[in-house]
Design a protein around this ligand. Structure first.
Ligand code: AMP
Ligand code: MN
Ligand code: MN
Length: 321
Protein backbone atom coordinates (compact mmCIF):
# COMPACT_ATOMS: atom_id res chain seq x y z
CA UNK A 1 0.00 0.00 0.00
CA UNK A 2 1.27 3.46 -0.90
CA UNK A 3 0.64 4.96 2.55
CA UNK A 4 2.73 2.19 4.12
CA UNK A 5 5.55 3.29 1.80
CA UNK A 6 5.28 6.83 3.15
CA UNK A 7 5.50 5.47 6.69
CA UNK A 8 8.67 3.53 5.77
CA UNK A 9 10.30 6.50 4.06
CA UNK A 10 9.67 8.78 7.03
CA UNK A 11 11.01 6.11 9.37
CA UNK A 12 14.24 5.75 7.40
CA UNK A 13 14.82 9.47 6.75
CA UNK A 14 17.22 11.41 8.95
CA UNK A 15 16.43 14.88 7.67
CA UNK A 16 13.03 15.84 6.37
CA UNK A 17 11.69 19.03 4.83
CA UNK A 18 8.02 19.94 4.48
CA UNK A 19 7.29 22.64 1.90
CA UNK A 20 4.32 25.01 1.52
CA UNK A 21 3.29 27.04 -1.53
CA UNK A 22 3.92 30.68 -2.46
CA UNK A 23 1.36 33.21 -1.13
CA UNK A 24 0.42 30.68 1.55
CA UNK A 25 -3.16 30.06 2.63
CA UNK A 26 -4.62 28.27 5.65
CA UNK A 27 -4.49 24.90 3.91
CA UNK A 28 -0.83 24.79 2.89
CA UNK A 29 0.25 26.15 6.31
CA UNK A 30 -2.15 23.97 8.31
CA UNK A 31 -1.11 20.88 6.33
CA UNK A 32 2.61 21.69 6.75
CA UNK A 33 2.42 22.36 10.51
CA UNK A 34 0.04 19.44 11.07
CA UNK A 35 2.35 17.02 9.28
CA UNK A 36 5.31 18.45 11.24
CA UNK A 37 3.56 17.66 14.52
CA UNK A 38 2.44 14.23 13.29
CA UNK A 39 6.04 13.30 12.45
CA UNK A 40 7.30 14.74 15.75
CA UNK A 41 4.70 12.83 17.78
CA UNK A 42 4.79 9.52 15.92
CA UNK A 43 8.43 9.27 14.82
CA UNK A 44 10.17 11.51 17.38
CA UNK A 45 11.74 13.46 14.52
CA UNK A 46 11.97 17.17 13.89
CA UNK A 47 11.42 18.36 10.33
CA UNK A 48 12.36 21.62 8.69
CA UNK A 49 9.50 23.68 7.28
CA UNK A 50 9.82 25.84 4.18
CA UNK A 51 7.93 29.06 3.45
CA UNK A 52 8.59 30.88 0.18
CA UNK A 53 6.65 34.05 0.97
CA UNK A 54 5.79 36.04 4.07
CA UNK A 55 3.39 34.15 6.31
CA UNK A 56 0.26 36.27 6.85
CA UNK A 57 0.03 37.49 10.46
CA UNK A 58 -3.39 35.99 10.93
CA UNK A 59 -1.97 32.48 10.58
CA UNK A 60 0.39 32.99 13.54
CA UNK A 61 -2.13 31.04 15.65
CA UNK A 62 -1.33 27.80 13.78
CA UNK A 63 0.75 25.60 16.12
CA UNK A 64 4.43 25.26 15.09
CA UNK A 65 4.22 28.02 12.46
CA UNK A 66 7.06 29.88 14.21
CA UNK A 67 9.41 27.02 13.24
CA UNK A 68 8.86 27.59 9.50
CA UNK A 69 11.85 29.20 7.79
CA UNK A 70 11.92 31.46 4.77
CA UNK A 71 13.68 30.13 1.66
CA UNK A 72 16.33 32.87 1.95
CA UNK A 73 17.43 31.37 5.28
CA UNK A 74 18.05 27.92 3.82
CA UNK A 75 21.37 26.51 2.75
CA UNK A 76 20.47 25.67 -0.87
CA UNK A 77 23.25 23.07 -1.10
CA UNK A 78 21.63 21.00 1.65
CA UNK A 79 20.48 17.54 0.61
CA UNK A 80 17.40 16.24 2.36
CA UNK A 81 16.55 12.54 2.63
CA UNK A 82 12.93 13.47 2.15
CA UNK A 83 11.02 16.51 0.93
CA UNK A 84 7.23 16.53 1.25
CA UNK A 85 5.25 19.19 -0.60
CA UNK A 86 1.81 19.94 0.78
CA UNK A 87 -0.96 21.68 -1.20
CA UNK A 88 1.57 22.43 -3.95
CA UNK A 89 -0.37 22.10 -7.24
CA UNK A 90 2.72 22.49 -9.43
CA UNK A 91 6.45 22.52 -8.62
CA UNK A 92 6.92 26.19 -9.54
CA UNK A 93 4.62 27.04 -6.61
CA UNK A 94 7.57 26.45 -4.24
CA UNK A 95 9.71 28.91 -6.25
CA UNK A 96 13.40 28.58 -5.27
CA UNK A 97 12.49 25.62 -3.07
CA UNK A 98 12.60 23.55 -6.28
CA UNK A 99 16.39 23.18 -5.83
CA UNK A 100 15.90 21.50 -2.45
CA UNK A 101 13.05 19.36 -3.77
CA UNK A 102 14.93 18.10 -6.81
CA UNK A 103 18.05 17.17 -4.83
CA UNK A 104 16.18 15.14 -2.22
CA UNK A 105 16.53 11.35 -2.13
CA UNK A 106 12.77 10.92 -1.83
CA UNK A 107 10.16 13.37 -3.08
CA UNK A 108 6.58 13.23 -1.92
CA UNK A 109 3.63 15.25 -3.22
CA UNK A 110 0.54 15.51 -0.99
CA UNK A 111 -2.20 17.53 -2.63
CA UNK A 112 -5.83 17.86 -3.67
CA UNK A 113 -5.63 19.94 -6.87
CA UNK A 114 -7.05 18.15 -9.90
CA UNK A 115 -4.46 19.95 -12.06
CA UNK A 116 -1.57 18.36 -10.09
CA UNK A 117 0.44 16.24 -12.56
CA UNK A 118 1.95 13.90 -9.97
CA UNK A 119 5.47 15.38 -10.07
CA UNK A 120 6.64 13.45 -6.97
CA UNK A 121 8.22 10.00 -6.65
CA UNK A 122 5.35 9.21 -4.36
CA UNK A 123 2.07 11.06 -4.92
CA UNK A 124 -0.95 11.37 -2.68
CA UNK A 125 -3.18 13.54 -4.83
CA UNK A 126 -6.87 13.23 -4.07
CA UNK A 127 -8.90 15.57 -6.26
CA UNK A 128 -12.01 14.76 -4.24
CA UNK A 129 -10.50 15.90 -0.95
CA UNK A 130 -11.48 19.34 0.33
CA UNK A 131 -7.89 20.21 1.15
CA UNK A 132 -4.36 18.91 1.52
CA UNK A 133 -5.07 18.97 5.26
CA UNK A 134 -7.87 16.45 4.72
CA UNK A 135 -5.52 14.21 2.69
CA UNK A 136 -3.01 14.29 5.56
CA UNK A 137 -5.68 13.51 8.14
CA UNK A 138 -6.84 10.55 6.11
CA UNK A 139 -3.24 9.26 5.71
CA UNK A 140 -2.73 9.62 9.49
CA UNK A 141 -5.91 7.63 10.14
CA UNK A 142 -4.94 4.88 7.69
CA UNK A 143 -1.50 4.56 9.29
CA UNK A 144 -3.05 4.72 12.76
CA UNK A 145 -0.79 7.62 13.72
CA UNK A 146 -1.55 9.31 17.00
CA UNK A 147 -3.34 12.65 16.53
CA UNK A 148 -3.36 15.34 19.23
CA UNK A 149 -5.19 18.67 19.62
CA UNK A 150 -2.28 20.63 18.11
CA UNK A 151 -2.50 18.50 14.94
CA UNK A 152 -6.29 18.85 14.85
CA UNK A 153 -5.93 22.65 15.14
CA UNK A 154 -3.60 22.74 12.12
CA UNK A 155 -5.67 20.42 9.95
CA UNK A 156 -9.04 21.90 10.93
CA UNK A 157 -7.69 25.33 9.91
CA UNK A 158 -6.84 23.87 6.49
CA UNK A 159 -10.22 22.24 5.96
CA UNK A 160 -12.09 25.30 7.27
CA UNK A 161 -10.32 27.78 5.01
CA UNK A 162 -10.27 25.66 1.83
CA UNK A 163 -13.99 24.90 2.10
CA UNK A 164 -14.74 28.59 2.69
CA UNK A 165 -16.08 27.71 6.14
CA UNK A 166 -17.81 24.54 4.96
CA UNK A 167 -19.69 26.32 2.17
CA UNK A 168 -17.99 25.38 -1.12
CA UNK A 169 -18.86 22.20 -2.96
CA UNK A 170 -15.74 20.48 -1.65
CA UNK A 171 -17.64 20.31 1.67
CA UNK A 172 -18.16 16.55 1.46
CA UNK A 173 -19.50 14.15 4.07
CA UNK A 174 -15.90 13.04 4.64
CA UNK A 175 -14.66 16.61 5.24
CA UNK A 176 -17.47 17.17 7.74
CA UNK A 177 -16.88 13.80 9.42
CA UNK A 178 -13.21 14.61 9.90
CA UNK A 179 -14.12 18.06 11.23
CA UNK A 180 -16.59 16.40 13.63
CA UNK A 181 -13.85 14.08 14.88
CA UNK A 182 -11.60 17.08 15.46
CA UNK A 183 -14.35 18.88 17.39
CA UNK A 184 -14.63 15.79 19.59
CA UNK A 185 -10.89 16.10 20.21
CA UNK A 186 -11.44 19.61 21.55
CA UNK A 187 -11.52 21.99 18.57
CA UNK A 188 -13.86 24.94 19.24
CA UNK A 189 -15.39 25.96 15.87
CA UNK A 190 -16.06 29.57 16.84
CA UNK A 191 -12.49 30.07 18.08
CA UNK A 192 -11.17 28.67 14.81
CA UNK A 193 -13.53 30.85 12.78
CA UNK A 194 -12.42 33.96 14.65
CA UNK A 195 -8.74 33.11 14.24
CA UNK A 196 -9.15 32.56 10.49
CA UNK A 197 -11.66 35.25 9.56
CA UNK A 198 -12.05 37.97 12.16
CA UNK A 199 -8.56 39.34 12.12
CA UNK A 200 -8.83 42.21 9.64
CA UNK A 201 -7.58 45.69 10.38
CA UNK A 202 -9.82 48.68 9.64
CA UNK A 203 -7.65 49.49 6.60
CA UNK A 204 -8.13 45.98 5.22
CA UNK A 205 -11.93 46.13 5.40
CA UNK A 206 -12.00 49.63 3.88
CA UNK A 207 -9.59 48.65 1.09
CA UNK A 208 -11.78 45.65 0.28
CA UNK A 209 -14.87 47.91 0.20
CA UNK A 210 -13.01 50.26 -2.16
CA UNK A 211 -12.14 47.39 -4.51
CA UNK A 212 -15.74 46.15 -4.51
CA UNK A 213 -16.93 49.69 -5.25
CA UNK A 214 -14.77 49.96 -8.37
CA UNK A 215 -15.78 46.53 -9.76
CA UNK A 216 -16.53 46.39 -13.49
CA UNK A 217 -19.58 44.38 -14.61
CA UNK A 218 -19.63 43.11 -18.20
CA UNK A 219 -21.75 40.95 -20.53
CA UNK A 220 -25.12 41.37 -18.74
CA UNK A 221 -23.25 41.27 -15.41
CA UNK A 222 -22.17 37.68 -16.03
CA UNK A 223 -18.52 38.66 -15.84
CA UNK A 224 -17.25 40.89 -13.06
CA UNK A 225 -13.75 41.90 -12.18
CA UNK A 226 -11.90 44.37 -10.06
CA UNK A 227 -8.33 45.58 -9.77
CA UNK A 228 -5.91 45.89 -6.89
CA UNK A 229 -3.00 48.26 -7.37
CA UNK A 230 -0.03 48.74 -5.07
CA UNK A 231 -1.18 52.34 -4.55
CA UNK A 232 -4.58 51.10 -3.26
CA UNK A 233 -2.84 49.06 -0.59
CA UNK A 234 -0.59 51.99 0.29
CA UNK A 235 -3.57 54.32 0.62
CA UNK A 236 -5.24 52.01 3.14
CA UNK A 237 -1.96 51.01 4.76
CA UNK A 238 -2.52 47.32 4.16
CA UNK A 239 -0.77 44.41 2.49
CA UNK A 240 -2.19 41.79 0.10
CA UNK A 241 -3.95 39.99 2.91
CA UNK A 242 -6.88 42.40 2.65
CA UNK A 243 -7.93 40.77 -0.65
CA UNK A 244 -8.78 37.46 1.01
CA UNK A 245 -12.39 36.68 0.07
CA UNK A 246 -12.63 39.57 -2.40
CA UNK A 247 -13.20 37.36 -5.46
CA UNK A 248 -15.89 35.38 -3.62
CA UNK A 249 -17.59 38.68 -2.76
CA UNK A 250 -17.92 39.43 -6.50
CA UNK A 251 -19.10 35.90 -7.29
CA UNK A 252 -21.87 36.40 -4.69
CA UNK A 253 -23.84 38.56 -7.15
CA UNK A 254 -26.66 36.40 -8.58
CA UNK A 255 -25.90 37.28 -12.20
CA UNK A 256 -22.16 36.51 -11.87
CA UNK A 257 -20.84 33.49 -13.73
CA UNK A 258 -17.14 34.35 -13.62
CA UNK A 259 -15.47 36.77 -11.21
CA UNK A 260 -11.82 37.70 -11.05
CA UNK A 261 -9.46 40.01 -9.26
CA UNK A 262 -6.42 41.35 -11.11
CA UNK A 263 -3.70 42.31 -8.66
CA UNK A 264 -0.62 44.32 -9.51
CA UNK A 265 2.47 42.45 -8.27
CA UNK A 266 5.54 44.09 -6.75
CA UNK A 267 7.60 43.15 -9.81
CA UNK A 268 5.02 44.62 -12.19
CA UNK A 269 3.34 41.32 -13.16
CA UNK A 270 -0.33 40.62 -12.53
CA UNK A 271 -1.82 37.91 -10.33
CA UNK A 272 -5.28 36.71 -11.29
CA UNK A 273 -7.61 35.16 -8.76
CA UNK A 274 -10.66 33.64 -10.45
CA UNK A 275 -13.94 32.14 -9.24
CA UNK A 276 -16.96 30.79 -11.10
CA UNK A 277 -20.33 29.19 -10.56
CA UNK A 278 -20.06 26.59 -13.33
CA UNK A 279 -17.30 27.38 -15.86
CA UNK A 280 -14.01 25.50 -15.35
CA UNK A 281 -11.71 28.35 -14.35
CA UNK A 282 -8.76 25.98 -13.71
CA UNK A 283 -8.86 25.37 -17.46
CA UNK A 284 -8.89 29.10 -18.20
CA UNK A 285 -6.01 29.77 -15.77
CA UNK A 286 -3.97 26.86 -17.13
CA UNK A 287 -3.81 28.70 -20.48
CA UNK A 288 -1.60 31.19 -18.60
CA UNK A 289 0.44 28.56 -16.76
CA UNK A 290 -1.72 28.57 -13.63
CA UNK A 291 -4.34 26.16 -12.38
CA UNK A 292 -6.35 25.21 -9.31
CA UNK A 293 -9.88 23.89 -9.00
CA UNK A 294 -12.95 23.97 -11.26
CA UNK A 295 -14.55 26.91 -9.43
CA UNK A 296 -11.47 28.54 -7.87
CA UNK A 297 -8.21 29.00 -9.71
CA UNK A 298 -5.38 31.42 -10.27
CA UNK A 299 -2.50 32.38 -12.51
CA UNK A 300 0.16 35.03 -12.86
CA UNK A 301 0.81 37.01 -16.04
CA UNK A 302 4.05 38.84 -16.74
CA UNK A 303 2.30 41.90 -18.23
CA UNK A 304 0.68 44.88 -16.52
CA UNK A 305 -2.83 44.79 -15.03
CA UNK A 306 -4.61 46.37 -18.03
CA UNK A 307 -3.08 43.96 -20.54
CA UNK A 308 -3.73 41.00 -18.25
CA UNK A 309 -7.41 41.91 -18.00
CA UNK A 310 -7.70 42.03 -21.81
CA UNK A 311 -6.09 38.61 -22.18
CA UNK A 312 -8.16 37.06 -19.42
CA UNK A 313 -11.45 38.48 -20.76
CA UNK A 314 -10.62 37.14 -24.21
CA UNK A 315 -10.13 33.66 -22.74
CA UNK A 316 -13.28 33.78 -20.57
CA UNK A 317 -15.41 34.86 -23.54
CA UNK A 318 -14.53 31.66 -25.39
CA UNK A 319 -16.96 29.96 -23.02
CA UNK A 320 -20.71 30.08 -23.24
CA UNK A 321 -22.67 30.76 -20.10
P1 AMP B 1 -6.39 32.05 -5.22
O1 AMP B 1 -7.25 32.76 -6.18
O2 AMP B 1 -4.99 32.54 -5.18
O3 AMP B 1 -7.04 31.95 -3.86
O4 AMP B 1 -6.28 30.55 -5.76
C1 AMP B 1 -7.41 29.76 -5.97
C2 AMP B 1 -7.01 28.31 -6.11
O5 AMP B 1 -6.21 28.14 -7.27
C3 AMP B 1 -6.19 27.79 -4.94
O6 AMP B 1 -6.55 26.45 -4.71
C4 AMP B 1 -4.78 27.89 -5.43
O7 AMP B 1 -3.98 26.91 -4.82
C5 AMP B 1 -4.92 27.65 -6.92
N1 AMP B 1 -3.93 28.42 -7.68
C6 AMP B 1 -3.74 29.76 -7.64
N2 AMP B 1 -2.73 30.14 -8.46
C7 AMP B 1 -2.26 29.01 -9.02
C8 AMP B 1 -1.19 28.72 -9.94
N3 AMP B 1 -0.43 29.68 -10.47
N4 AMP B 1 -1.00 27.41 -10.28
C9 AMP B 1 -1.77 26.43 -9.77
N5 AMP B 1 -2.78 26.64 -8.89
C10 AMP B 1 -3.03 27.89 -8.52
MN1 MN C 1 -3.53 26.45 -1.17
MN1 MN D 1 -5.63 23.54 -0.67
Amino acid sequence: MEVAKLNDIIKSSKNILIASHVNPDGDTLGAMCGLYELIKLNFKKRCDMLAVSKIPDKFKFIPNIESAKHIDDFDKSREYDLVINVDVAALDRICDGITLFKKAKNRVNIDHHKTNNGYGDLNFVDGDASSASEVIYSIAKKLKWEINLKIATCLYAGILTDTGSFRFNNTTPRALEYAAEMIRMGIVPNDMFRSCYETYTKGMVLCQAYCVEKAVFLDDDKIVYTTVFRKDMEKYNTDEEFAEGLTERLRAVTSTQVAFVAKEMKNGGCKISMRSKSVDVAEICSVFGGGGHKHAAGCTLKCNVEEAIKKILHEIRKYEF
